[in-house]
Design a protein around this ligand. Structure first.
Ligand code: NAD
Length: 687
């Protein structure tokens, strides 16, 4: 049941617009009341305009914001008296409506008003909530939805059949409410709910109470029923699911990323496992979308994979690949059947993939987008289940779906998005990402759109980097995985974590390292072995596992090895380190040779003397190097600056820039190369 979350003490002090923000956030807090990014709210407010005149404005949610997190600047504010006379018109196209409303802006610079603004204006009450509650949509997605809604509310409700939002729907709603003064809500066929009042608290109370009535009605009819049928495929044990998906997610990612790189979210929550394993889920899930607001992020149908564990993992991979190809073909047919002049086919890959015994996989252009799809399919499961409990689920038709998916006003929201950056939709794993060059690279690639896996033995610093990246770029845009690159099992675990979090991997930055130098006679076997283990073996293990994963995905990939000036210039007094660094770049070239056939590029960056921010310079290394060159420790920075021909200090950010270039699309025809980033040191000039 929806909880009434209103708190008088919190609400009282808030003036009109802030009060509207408060109410909106409360509604958005419960996703069974209001979908992520769905629904909208409004208030009609008396204000004094810039000329000192008393005037009425409509504050309404702007297009593309989410009620749960909406803030005051995300409301559009429009002159209400300019809008109200529109109800007397016979018709208005979407373009006319938007152009008209754009001219009623009370304050310049606010975002564009919701597509449903006219409906808010025409409801003759001060406060209006339009939500997409699961239970209401269940009522509204049954064969005789109007009668079903009447059974719950009697004449306290007026019903409007489904049409795409716009002028006509708004006019119908305004007129129906005017003609039915006893009504306290509108149920919108295959869409949602409108409730209202003259004060904000009553408006909220009404929304919650009306939704609770529908929930109680459905709960009664659900009692003792399994709405998706008997459980025919029980969930596999969690560890087994994860093992299987470690192999299968990269295959899915490859299949759905043909047009552009896609991030996956894997959901094996109880509700999903129960649904996908039930007898009727394969059939019911294919009916169509339950609500226009779901559709935009889950598409008309999920891809249902009819697989049983006894068929084996290879069969699942094949079913997924064939399933995606078939889905894309069917999507193309849907596009051809319904397209209007000027329409262009958009991504035809599924956004939701259901696998019995395993769970659900959602796709998106980034992790936030994939997560919206995940959240909305949870809502769809509830809505469809509710409708089935009431008799039968009736979805939007193919034509209705198409008209939403390719609606110019929906496409407008997509156009608001900034153009894709170099690493949009890509997953990057950086070893040694907790410090120095790796850390600077993590920030650089994240700011260029990457999802970043920070792999390091330093948990404290690694977690701090990941948390800060999340704060700056989004909740799931980065993660930390404790990884010792010398351990085969740890390296494999880091790949598995990347797969389970994002679906795969596109870029490996092989960077974790140490320093250390001494004359050859003093170099113990243990010293030698340590350098070889971390620098040579560590780079090998990471690269091998990344190679296997990239090949499985089948969409190419890049690796950047962070070598050193010492990879090609003999490092006096640092034989073990230099030999290991030389091994790294030769390893890179060998893998470049093998990777070409699979679109996997491997290049190296060779830094020299990055002192600021690097922890390898905080130990004995600095003293050793100073002694080696016969300078004081505090002169070392200047020594290195004077050593290069450009006389510049070399920064971790300079390395990150070069790594981003070699890892990204701007170097798409370069592989097996080395790029020095050292200010120019003749000994390291590449010959
Ligand atoms: P740094 O010490 O600041 O960062 C290295 C990171 O690697 C640390 O966070 C450390 O915890 C991690 N690490 C060490 N051993 C690990 C292991 N076994 N498994 C996982 N993580 C491990 O050093 P940096 O200067 O940023 O160096 C990064 C790379 O650049 C190294 O490969 C280094 O050899 C190379 N490099 C650095 C310089 C320089 O002057 N700083 C010059 C040439 C090459």
């Amino acid at each position: 049941m929806p909880q009434n979350l209103w708190n008088d003490a919190e609400a009282k002090a808030l003036p009109d617009l802030d009060g509207l923000v408060y109410r909106s956030n409360l509604l958005g807090r419960d996703r069974a009341v209001c979908n992520i990014f769905g629904g909208n709210t409004s208030a009609k407010i008396d204000v004094v305009n810039h000329a000192g005149r008393q005037t009425r404005v409509l504050a309404v949610k702007a297009s593309g914001s989410d009620l749960a997190t909406i803030t005051e600047p995300q409301f559009a504010i429009l002159y209400l008296d300019d809008i109200l006379p529109l109800i007397n018109r016979e018709a208005m196209t979407d373009e006319e409506m938007v152009a008209y409303l754009d001219r009623t802006a009370f304050e310049p610079g606010r975002p564009r008003q919701s597509i449903e603004t006219l409906m808010h204006a025409f409801v003759p009450f001060k406060h209006v909530d339009h939500t997409h509650p699961d239970a209401i949509i269940s009522l509204a997605c049954t064969p005789n939805a109007e009668q079903t809604a009447k059974d719950v509310y009697g004449d306290r409700m007026v019903y409007v059949k489904y049409i795409r939002p716009g002028f006509t729907l708004s006019k119908w709603i305004g007129e129906k409410i005017a003609a039915n003064p006893q009504a306290e809500c509108v149920v919108m066929g295959k869409h949602g709910l409108i409730a209202w009042a003259d004060d904000s608290k009553t408006c909220y109370d009404n929304s919650i109470r009306i939704i609770a009535e529908a929930e109680a009605y459905i709960a009664e009819r659900k009692r003792g029923k399994r709405v998706y049928g008997q459980l025919t495929v029980p969930a596999l044990p969690e560890a087994e699911r994860r093992e299987i998906m470690t192999e299968v997610l990269p295959v899915i990612r490859g299949a759905v990323s043909k047009r552009s790189h896609t991030i996956l979210q894997y959901d094996d929550s109880e509700a999903v496992l129960d649904m996908v394993g039930s007898a009727k889920s394969g059939e019911v899930s294919q009916q169509g979308a339950a609500c226009p607001d779901h559709l935009v992020h889950v598409k008309r149908q999920p891809l249902f994979i009819d697989w049983r564990a006894d068929q084996g993992v290879d069969a699942l991979k094949k079913l997924v690949q064939d399933g995606v190809a078939d889905y894309e073909q069917r999507y193309g047919e849907y596009f051809e059947t319904n397209k209007e002049p000027g329409d262009e086919l958009r991504d035809s890959a599924p956004r939701v993939i259901l696998i019995p015994g395993i769970g659900m996989v959602n796709t998106g252009k980034d992790v936030a987008n994939a997560d919206v799809s995940r959240q909305l399919y949870h809502r769809a499961v509830e809505v469809i289940g509710g409708a089935e409990a009431l008799g039968e689920f009736v979805s939007l038709t193919a034509k209705e779906s198409y008209d939403i998916e390719y609606w110019p006003l929906e496409l407008y929201k997509l156009r608001l998005r900034p153009p894709d950056r170099d690493f949009a939709g890509k997953v990057v794993l950086i070893t040694g990402g907790a410090s120095g060059i790796g850390r600077a690279t993590a920030y650089k690639l994240a700011s260029d759109g990457a999802h970043v896996v920070v792999a390091d033995i330093n948990t404290e610093n690694g977690e701090e980097v990941a948390a800060d990246l999340q704060k700056r770029f989004g909740k799931k845009r980065a993660m930390f995985v404790h990884t010792d690159v010398t351990s085969e099992a740890a390296v494999q675990n880091s790949m598995q974590q990347a797969i389970l979090a994002y679906g795969g991997l596109d870029v490996l930055v092989n960077n974790a390292g140490i320093a250390g130098g001494m004359p050859i006679e003093e170099t113990t076997l243990a010293d030698w072995q340590r350098q070889i283990d971390i620098l040579a073996t560590g780079y090998f293990l990471m690269a091998r596992e990344a190679f296997i994963l990239m090949k499985r995905q089948g969409i190419g990939g890049t690796m950047v090895f962070v070598g050193s000036k010492n990879s090609i210039a003999a490092g006096k007094g640092a034989a073990a380190y230099s030999a290991a660094k030389a091994a790294e770049i030769h390893l890179a070239r060998c893998i470049a040779e093998e990777g070409g056939a699979h679109g996997i590029r491997v290049n190296s960056v060779l830094p020299d003397a990055v002192i600021r921010g690097s922890s390898i310079w905080s130990g004995d290394w600095k003293a050793e190097r100073a002694a080696n060159y016969g300078v004081e420790i505090d002169q070392l920075n200047d020594f290195y600056r004077q050593r290069n021909v450009l006389k510049v200090e070399i920064l971790a950010e300079d390395q990150a820039e070069a790594i981003a270039f070699l890892a990204g699309p701007r170097s798409s025809k370069t592989t097996g190369a080395v790029l020095t980033v050292d200010g120019g040191v003749a000994a390291a000039y590449v010959r």
